[in-house]
Ligand binder design. Structure first.
Ligand code: NOJ
Length: 510
């Protein structure tokens, strides 16, 4: 596998496909859809955590790092999945969650019983107050009291942070990596890889809501990453970091030659639909990150691309989950344009499940159905991430639109999901699904360094790679493109010789 330009499809397992009819996706359900991924044309998959977990953060609260949750089919189902994926030439990346575990993990249970607390971050409080003023990323305090001490949790209170200053923690995770590499896993996405170490003094952070620099991105983390790189290299496997740091220069430090082979480039993910901002972000990425660049516009933590790019009036919320009024048709049009732009860039690309169907975010989930801990921990100010995790619509009818034999899915599907049914789109010329498939087939022919072309318009980006030119029109006005060559693929219909407003096209010079 050439990881540098691979296209990886992200499978949020519990929402992908359910084989056993309990309304929650599982590994056998996923396996039954592997040929679908081959037809789509991706090179591999990243599987969100499927370890045994009480599910407070749907798998990001791991109770046992070397097993698979029985509700997903256990280790036997995992082995079947891995073998079937490899038979089809698909790589499988798992998700490593090293910053924190579940309160149900054996070590934390011991810690609660008073043994081995130095594997976690336990401190005495300040009187009746927590040891410092840190906030959890999900909202509320980052400390919970047990007996006469408090433990740190950067996320939910059921996700205690490990103490990475204790070498036993590092040794444990080295073994976890080896365990899965020995089993044949092709790599790992590393959850919040920048957060493992906290400032040794745990000082107060006086500037909330600005990000707390003491709670992440400490220099010590790089040593761990170097060690993991050596382990991964010794098996010929890969690693991709989930790293939210203030600047692209900070990110580049994690991608030094002996550190991670890849890390998501979130700088572009948070870009508004604006040609200048896109170009600046792409340039920054290619200059500062270079060939390790890993593009993505969506994942299980952010609003779907259609809804971010279709936002016509903003009413607060973070950049990754803006709230407001969405024009879905506009969002679909722009998301299609963004896809061609992304797939024409040098580097690797991650696609989140459902994006190939142009699914919008489900913004109107009933409050009682919401499960993301951010919903309650933020005092319901942040709707959280449930809206991009609703089980996929495979068919336009049937119980749960072909997701399960049951209609009782773990999150309710809206009736309008029928309009986005994947199987319908597979059969329909011009569908968003077909655009993905066609682009993925043609993409391997795009090669060479990126060279920007002057378009004479501030709302139009064009670049050449080898004999292919990608044009993206951010504004409404069509753009004459015949000087760049003949069309290979376009995200929207247009008269001959032009690229339509709000669309992208790939052209090939004679
Ligand atoms: C990032 C993951 O992508 C997110 O889903 C999770 O809640 C947090 N890390 C905590 O593990």
């Amino acid at each position: 596998m050439n990881w540098r330009d691979a296209v990886i499809y992200q499978v949020y397992l519990r929402s992908f496909h359910d084989a056993d009819g309990d309304g929650v996706g599982d590994l056998d359900g996923f396996r039954a859809k592997l040929d679908y991924l081959v037809e789509l044309g991706v090179d591999g998959i990243w599987l969100n955590p499927c370890y045994p977990s009480p599910g407070a953060d749907h798998g990001y609260d791991v109770a046992d790092y070397t097993d698979v949750d029985a509700r997903y089919g256990g280790l036997p189902a995992f082995d079947r999945l891995l073998a079937a994926a490899h038979e089809r030439g698909l790589a499988v990346l798992m998700d490593l969650v090293p910053n924190h575990c579940s309160a149900e993990h054996a070590w934390f249970k011991e810690a609660l019983a008073g043994r081995g607390r130095d594997r976690f971050i336990f401190r005495e409080g300040r009187g009746e107050e927590p040891p410092n003023n840190w906030r959890s990323i999900f909202g509320g305090p980052a400390w919970t009291r047990v007996d006469d001490e408090w433990y740190l949790h950067s996320f939910d209170s059921s996700q205690p942070d490990f103490n990475w200053r204790n070498p036993a923690v590092g040794a444990y995770f080295d073994d976890v990596l080896r365990f899965w590499f020995e089993r044949g896993v092709d790599g790992f996405r590393i959850d919040v890889a920048h957060m493992l170490f906290k400032h040794a003094d745990l000082p107060d952070w006086p500037h909330y809501p600005e990000d707390n620099p003491y709670a992440a991105n400490q220099p010590e983390v790089h040593e761990v990453i170097r060690r993991w790189r050596k382990i991964a290299d010794s098996y010929g496997r890969t690693l991709v970091g989930e790293i939210w740091v203030p600047t692209v220069s900070d990110l580049s430090l994690y991608l030094r030659p002996d550190e991670l082979p890849g890390a998501f480039y979130f700088d572009l993910l948070v870009c508004p639909w604006d040609a200048g901002r896109f170009r600046a972000s792409i340039d920054r990425g290619l200059t500062e990150i270079g060939t390790a660049i890993t593009w993505t516009l969506a994942n299980h933590d952010v609003h779907r691309t259609v809804s971010r790019f279709g936002l016509i009036s903003r009413e607060g919320g973070p950049d990754t989950r803006p709230r407001g009024v969405v024009d879905v048709a506009l969002g679909v049009r722009r998301a299609r344009a963004a896809l061609l732009l992304l797939l024409a860039l040098p580097g690797s690309v991650y696609l989140y499940q459902g994006e190939e169907a142009g699914l919008p975010e489900v913004l109107d989930l009933p409050d009682a159905a919401r499960q993301d801990p951010t919903w309650l921990r933020s005092g319901t100010a942040d709707y959280g991430r449930d809206g991009c995790r609703v089980p996929l619509p495979w068919t336009a009818s049937g119980p749960s639109f072909g997701f399960s034999t049951s209609s009782a899915t773990w999150l309710p599907q809206p009736s309008w999901f029928a309009d986005f049914a994947i199987e319908d789109q597979m059969a329909r010329d011009g569908s968003t699904w077909r655009l993905h498939r066609d682009a993925l087939r043609l993409r391997s022919r795009i090669d060479g360094e990126l060279e920007w072309l002057e378009t004479g318009r501030a709302d139009v980006l064009a670049f050449r790679r080898g004999d292919t030119v990608c044009v993206t029109v951010f504004g409404q006005e069509p753009f004459p493109s015949s000087e760049y060559g003949t069309p290979l693929l376009a995200s929207a219909d247009a008269p001959k010789g032009v690229v339509a407003g709000g669309s992208s096209a790939w052209l090939r010079s004679a």
